[in-house]
Every structure is written in structure tokens, then in C-alpha cells.
Design a protein. Structure first.
Length: 210
């Protein structure tokens, strides 16, 4: 899972390097995320974002060509952040570490990833599934995630062939997404409990796989 670089050329966008432009870029994404989180993905459109950001629509189009490109940029930013969190946990792994503790801590950090609530993550994931070209990015993310969980199974001692490990890895992915979906309906102080139950399920999957 290291050095993941999942991109769709059709949805490229301009990411500036100058300070002032970077602030505008970030404001567009932050505002878009707030609209999605509060009102849903259907409420998002380029005119609305430009108005809420107090910028000209032509300025917004300088960075993003359309609504889907904004959604793509947000989802990519979320996944990159989650992938970095996962790699951080894997880098700290030590033999003998409890499977349940590993995933409990990982899921808590995923639920608290900077800039994205579970509700926002769910909305973004759903948005990519209903747009044909963005659905391709969702597929790439799914494949990368399963690959990462196969590595986890091997890390915890699974010796089977990769094609055999794909099924339990898929179950782990489903459970993690389940935690994100459940977390979208719970207050932040209950995230640890959501993670606890989800980690128990994942630990059971790993036990059967090893």
C-alpha cells in the first residue's frame, strides 16, 4: 500500500503552490465539504460554492472544471489521508500486538481523520458510485484497500495465497466501511465504542484466516 498514487486523468484539477492561491483552493474544498455534510451531495454545485466562498465563478473554474472534479478532489484527499493513517499504524506494528487493539486504534483514527467526518466520507463514497467515471475511482480505492488488508493478514501470520486472502481482506474492508457508516450517525465521543465492536468482528475474521 506504500506510495499509493490513484488518479483519474479526466478529473485533474489545478492545485496551486502560491500561498494566496492555496488558501482559495482550500476554501473551495472546505466549503464544498460543509455543503455536502450539512445538505447532501445534491446541494453541491459550482455556483453555490463560488457564492459561499465569495469568489467569482471563473476563479472557481480556474481550479476545478465542474462539480464532479470537486467531489473527486475531496474523495482523493480523504482516501490519501486514510491511507497515510493506515500506513502509520502498520509501521508501528510489533509481533504479538493484539489484532483487536490494532484495528480498534486504526478505526478510531480513520473516524477522526482531519477535515472529514464519517458522514462526509459516506456522502463522498456514495457520490462516486452514482457517477460512471467517478465510480472507476471508487473501484481503484476498493482494490487498493483490499491489497492493504491482505498485507495486514500476512502481517498477522496468514500464509495462504493472495487470491485466497482476498475474501477475508474484503470482509475487513466491509467492516471498516461499516464502522464509518455507523459512525456517521453517532456523536464523536462514541467513536471508540463503534471501533471496539468493529475490531472484534475483524479480529474474528483474522483468526479464521490464520
Amino acid at each position: 500500500m506504500k506510495n499509493i498514487n490513484l488518479e483519474l486523468e479526466n478529473f485533474s484539477y489545478y492545485e496551486p503552490t502560491q500561498v494566496r492561491a492555496k488558501l482559495t483552493f482550500k476554501r473551495i474544498l472546505t466549503t464544498s465539504m460543509q455543503i455536502i455534510e450539512k445538505e447532501g451531495i445534491d446541494a453541491l454545485n459550482t455556483n453555490r460554492v463560488a457564492d459561499d466562498c465569495n469568489i467569482n465563478i471563473s476563479t472557481l473554474y480556474h481550479y476545478f472544471s465542474n462539480k464532479d472534479t470537486i467531489v473527486y478532489a475531496l474523495y482523493k484527499t480523504w482516501f490519501d489521508s486514510v491511507a497515510a493513517v493506515a500506513e502509520s499504524h502498520r509501521a508501528r506494528f510489533k509481533v504479538g500486538l493484539s489484532r483487536k487493539k490494532f484495528y480498534r486504534d486504526l478505526i478510531v483514527d480513520i473516524l477522526n481523520v482531519d477535515g472529514f467526518t464519517p458522514k462526509a466520507a459516506v456522502a463522498l463514497e456514495q457520490a462516486t458510485k452514482v457517477r460512471t467515471e467517478l465510480a472507476e475511482y471508487d473501484r481503484l480505492i476498493t482494490e487498493a484497500s483490499i491489497s492493504g488488508y491482505v498485507e495486514d493478514l500476512q502481517m498477522f501470520g496468514a500464509r495462504g495465497k493472495i487470491d485466497v486472502l482476498i475474501l477475508p481482506a474484503s470482509h475487513i474492508l466491509t467492516t471498516v466501511w461499516g464502522a464509518i457508516s455507523i459512525g456517521s450517525s453517532y456523536p464523536k465521543d462514541e467513536y471508540p465504542q463503534v471501533a471496539e465492536y468493529s475490531a472484534e468482528m475483524i479480529a474474528a475474521v483474522i483468526k479464521r484466516a490464520v
